[in-house]
Design a protein around this ligand. Structure first.
Ligand code: CAA
Length: 293
């Protein structure tokens, strides 16, 4: 059944400062997008200041690249850098009215982070999660105000992929949903509202594709044959390159979640989990040789 549509955009609350929890690859990509499109202060946090500093350095590098390509002028580049800050102190999130988390896919970790953030932000602040396959409702389960929680699921590479899935829980109120829809629009992304169900829409489809590709290899189909067989689908990337892009840990987690929810319909992949633990890429090195499998 089609989920309910977006509420009135008049209900949307202003986003004047953005907090980002996590300083990994996705979080850094979000920081750049929010800086560039909203031009508001963005504060990024992680457990360790070293990771935060590294993320800031990386984001500055990306802003320099945009300037090099002529996408932003020197003044804008400096202004964007000036709007970015990093901290390990969550009290610096006090005046954020939009916080998005992009930490490791572990339910209790995300629950605890949101509960901690809630101690610092106003009752009005929206808490968004970029989870790819955990329950958004459960992520907000320890909050005093679960109505402020919404899924806001981006795709890699964030700067290029045009979609955000806006995930509505049974508690998400109209003001939160409306803020999410307007924020997506201001980020120049297309937004679709999805139900809070494993994989939402896109990962449900991808889990089928990627799980089937991994299963075929595990069953003995040569890796190159799977790539060749997928070619008529006209995908921009073959399934293994896509897994490398998404990250093997995230990919394995997506497959595991779907398999747990619908064991008859989705394959989990022990090989993928093992590769994720070894932290290798599956597919091609520069000579086009398959790696990892
Ligand atoms: N990171 C950042 N930017 C990237 C990038 C990357 N890994 N790869 C490409 N880009 C940028 C390039 O810099 C370029 O930007 P500019 O126009 O500003 O120069 C732009 O993308 C286009 O690059 P290319 O000309 O090299 O384009 P391409 O035709 O090879 O396309 C692609 C690259 C857009 C990544 C394309 O291969 C594609 O769409 N792949 C599929 C990606 C996909 O399905 N992502 C979803 C994964 S699922 C997920 O993320 C969610 C989850 O929860 C698991």
């Amino acid at each position: 059944k089609r989920p309910a549509g977006a509420p009135d955009k008049e209900l949307a609350k202003p986003v004047r400062k953005v907090g980002i929890v996590g300083a990994g690859l996705m979080a850094s990509q979000f920081a750049l997008l929010f800086l560039r499109r909203l031009q508001v202060p963005v504060v990024i946090t992680d457990l360790d200041q070293g990771r935060v500093d590294k993320a800031i350095e990386g984001i500055h590098g990306e802003i320099d690249k945009l300037q090099g390509k002529g996408r932003v002028d020197a003044d804008t580049a400096n202004r964007l850098k000036g709007l970015l800050s990093g901290t390990v102190d969550k009290s610096d999130f006090a005046d954020c009215d939009w916080v998005i988390e992009a930490v490791f896919e572990e339910l209790t970790l995300k629950q605890d982070i949101f509960a901690e953030i809630e101690e610092h932000v106003s009752d009005e602040a929206v808490l968004a999660t970029n989870t790819s396959s955990l329950s958004v409702e459960q992520i907000g389960a320890k909050l005093k105000h679960p109505e402020r929680v919404v899924g806001f699921h981006f795709f890699n590479p964030v700067a290029v992929m045009p979609l955000v899935e806006v995930v509505k829980t049974p508690h998400t109120d109209d003001a939160t949903l409306s803020t999410a829809m307007v924020t997506a629009k201001n980020l120049k992304k297309n937004a679709v509202i999805t139900r809070d169900t494993p994989g939402f829409v896109v990962n449900r489809v991808l889990a089928k594709l990627l799980g089937t590709a991994m299963h075929a290899v595990e069953q003995g189909t040569p890796f190159e044959d799977v790539v060749e067989a997928a070619r008529p689908l006209g995908l921009p990337m073959d399934p293994f390159v896509l897994l490398d892009l998404v990250g093997l840990r995230v990919g394995a987690h997506v497959l595991d979640t779907h398999h747990a929810a619908f064991p008859e319909r989705f394959h989990a992949s022990e090989a993928l989990t093992a590769l994720a633990e070894e932290n290798v890429l599956i597919e091609k090195d520069s000579k086009g040789e398959p790696k990892g499998i």
